[in-house]
Design a protein around this ligand. Structure first.
Ligand code: ATP
Length: 374
């Protein structure tokens, strides 16, 4: 298996409206055996980046190296990479085993050996009993597995997957995620997986690349990206329900004002390093909500309650605008119409102009310190 190095890769397309920079000088390394998701909104350049690694697009500039070998000018068929794309293109007139073993047929391998290898691969991905069926007789998830089987039969250097599960229903998606992680552990492959679904990226990744507008906004573990976002874009794109963001004025290093309300945010950073205009951010899961008619701090009225599993997602009309918060259904049963006080356990300050993170109220797991008070 193989590490993948991408060095100052740029891809421009010409269109009627001029040049489009789909990938804007990105550099990163996916380590051998690592599972990396590329995640970002539609049009941010994820697929183009993956297609450059695959060799299906030639970059405008930059270098790609696979296991130490420079492959920027190597055609896709000579890179020994496996691709799994959103559209599953199984051959309907071929049985499952023939579909899985098709790459070996192209290599001139005989039918008996092909059947044996297809059996081994199908057992690995738990569709061993389906070998003699036709694709039309399979469920969506089973077809997806056949496509994965076909991609792993040649023992590729790495796997490139582009939204392979976007056609599957939510339940099947969850099953396939577990399955994919299991397959990866079993075959030990380097995987690069493109998705626009942040939850999918959070669940699957060892590390994830968050992209926007052709650029890498952050590359790190899901925990790091969630708890220590580089900028306001990452904080908003990653995490559900979405982070609360409020325009604020920083009075000194530890006090920010939202409208006329002062919030204390013990950032631990030098006051001089925080600009005056900031965006205050806090995640709905980093709040406390207390039912009270006489709030000491930020108060509001619960406008909507969405029950999701053991939690309620609360939409609160507060004095600083709509805020989202999460409360445990059993331990803190808040209802629509309740008057509440909202506390913030952890806050971020972003530079209002650049969006960069300038301060975080406390480190992840450091629960006892630096409560934010409003
Ligand atoms: P999605 O999630 O919608 O698939 P994406 O993040 O994968 O989006 P890309 O498909 O890589 O984004 O597209 C990045 C940008 O490059 C977009 O503005 C797109 O319109 C443009 N683009 C992609 N391929 C081409 C092409 N062949 N010719 C011209 N422009 C292209």
């Amino acid at each position: 298996m193989t590490d993948i190095q991408v060095d100052t890769l740029r891809k421009e397309f010409s269109s009627d409206g001029g040049e489009i920079v789909a990938v804007d000088d990105v550099s990163f390394t996916v380590e051998d055996g690592e599972f990396v998701c590329i995640v970002g909104p539609s049009g941010c350049g994820k697929t183009t980046l993956l297609r450059c690694i695959a060799g299906l697009e030639h970059p405008t500039s930059g270098e790609i190296t696979l296991g130490g070998e420079a492959v920027t000018d190597v055609p896709p068929q000579n890179r020994n990479l496996a691709f799994v794309f959103q559209d599953i293109t199984l051959y309907p007139h071929m049985k499952v085993w023939e579909n899985i073993a098709y790459p070996l047929k192209l290599d001139g391998v005989g039918a008996d050996t092909r059947y044996e290898r297809a059996q081994e691969v199908a057992d690995t991905i738990q569709i061993g009993e389906l070998l003699d069926k036709y694709p039309g007789e399979l469920s969506g998830g089973q077809q997806q597995r056949v496509a994965i089987g076909r991609s792993i039969i040649r023992s590729p250097r790495a796997y490139l997957l582009d939204e392979p599960m976007s056609d599957l229903d939510a339940k099947l998606k969850k099953e396939m995620r577990v399955e994919l992680q299991r397959i990866q552990q079993q075959v030990g492959g380097t995987m690069v997986y493109v998705t626009h679904d942040q939850e999918e990226a959070m669940t699957l990744s060892d590390r994830m690349i968050v992209m926007d507008d052709g650029e890498i906004q952050q590359f790190g573990s899901p925990q790091r990206v969630y708890h220590e976002p580089n900028n306001v874009f990452v904080s908003q794109f990653i995490g559900s329900p979405e982070i609360n963001l409020l325009p604020a004025t920083c009075r000194d290093g530890a006090t920010v004002a939202v409208d006329d309300t002062d919030w204390r945010v013990d950032t631990g950073v030098d006051a001089d390093s925080v600009p005056e205009s900031v965006t205050l951010g806090f995640r709905p899961r980093h709040t406390t909500v207390e039912r009270t008619a006489d709030p000491d701090g930020i108060g509001g009225e619960v406008a909507l309650v969405e029950a999701v599993g053991d939690e309620n997602i609360l939409y609160i009309d507060s004095e600083v605008g709509e805020l989202r918060a999460v409360a445990d259904i059993e331990q803190n049963p808040i209802e629509e119409g309740d008057s509440v006080a909202i506390g913030v356990e952890r806050a971020y300050l972003f530079d209002a102009e650049t969006g960069e993170t300038v301060a975080t109220s406390r480190r992840h797991g450091d629960r006892s310190e630096d409560q934010v008070e409003a």
